[in-house]
Design a protein around this ligand. Structure first.
Ligand code: ADP
Ligand code: MG
Length: 297
């Protein structure tokens, strides 16, 4: 069986390279040169029938998700999305109405986030597939990567997790750009990622790239209605942000949110020097978790 991780790692090791690339394969977006004070961000996500949406899902929801996944990756770096190209593969029997619905989902979200759709490609395909590539920008000093987590950092998430695929959340979620902008400007997280493959797997990427471990408190993990901590850890498709803050900033964030109530950031654990991911169980005791998240193969 193919391992998604090994596959991408193999591609990464042989990938064509230019010395001016700041961050290539391995983070939520690529980070590229863009003048003296900013970086250009570039990301792409493919959204396919039967994988990212069920056959029969609302066209506008599919369009929304296809773009929102990309915007979420820009948010995970702390950036602002800007320009998108949208490519679609459609079965011959596709209706005009479906395509209009798809683009109404894309354009409504694009307008909300000041993203311009500036091109794309159209092909015939046996299944519906949408690929969006999205540019973004960020001030150099605001950039947050997966690899900056430090022992002692507190771990936070921006919202509840689990069972997103079973509800409409995965087709309707709001990418956390506003929260990410607030965080990078006021608190500067040490590491950040968006949770697309489940808390365990995506935290795993931060741990691996930062060469640290973590401890999560089961009781503090916010869960969507009907979801338990196992759903939060392994389901995926939530597109909340996961970030780490040094203890002083973590405490400052908690006291900020006590007063402001504009957003709520949930503290769910801490980064440890010892490797591995440990869960402190709600009923007492702890167990070591498999870091693996949802994979496609
Ligand atoms: P995300 O869930 O944040 O979109 P992925 O898990 O899809 O991230 O990808 C992780 C990293 O691997 C990203 O940097 C992405 O650009 C890269 N990647 C994924 N698939 C490929 C591929 N086929 N070729 C090159 N890079 C890839
Ligand atoms: Mg991501």
């Amino acid at each position: 069986m193919l391992s998604e991780f090994k596959l991408i790692d193999g591609i990464r090791r042989k990938a064509a390279f230019r010395p001016d690339v700041i961050v290539g394969i391995g983070d939520d977006t690529a980070v590229l040169p863009y003048g003296s004070s900013k970086y250009l961000l570039l990301t792409t996500d493919m959204t396919a029938e039967g994988v990212h949406f069920k056959k029969g899902a609302k066209a506008a929801g599919i369009g929304h998700k296809a773009l929102a996944r990309n915007i979420s990756d820009i948010a995970a770096m702390g950036g602002m999305p800007t320009y998108a190209v949208v490519s679609i593969g459609l079965p011959k029997r596709t209706t005009q109405r479906f395509v209009e619905g798809l683009y109404s989902g894309i354009n409504t979200l694009a307008n909300r986030f000041s993203v311009a759709v500036v091109g794309g490609d159209t092909i015939a395909s046996p299944h519906v597939v949408i690929n969006i590539a999205l540019l973004g920008q960020i001030r150099k000093k605001d950039l947050v990567l997966r690899r900056g987590a430090k022992p002692g950092d507190w771990i936070f998430v921006t919202g509840p997790l689990g069972r997103a695929w079973k509800t409409d959340k995965h087709l309707t979620f709001t990418p956390r750009v506003a929260e990410a902008r607030f965080l990078v400007e006021r608190f500067k997280p040490n590491a950040m990622i968006d949770i697309s493959d489940g808390l365990a797997g995506d935290l795993g990427h931060i741990l691996e790239q930062s060469r640290v471990g973590a401890e999560l408190f089961e009781q503090q993990i916010p869960c969507n209605p009907g979801a338990g901590s196992n759903n939060a850890l392994y389901d995926g498709e939530d597109f909340e942000l996961l970030f780490t803050l040094n203890p002083a900033k973590a405490k400052a964030l908690l006291s900020w949110q006590e007063k402001s109530r504009r957003w709520f950031f949930y503290p769910i654990g801490g980064i440890t020097k010892a490797s591995g991911l440990r869960l402190q169980k709600a009923g007492g005791g702890s167990k070591l978790l498999t870091v693996k998240g949802f994979t496609h193969f």
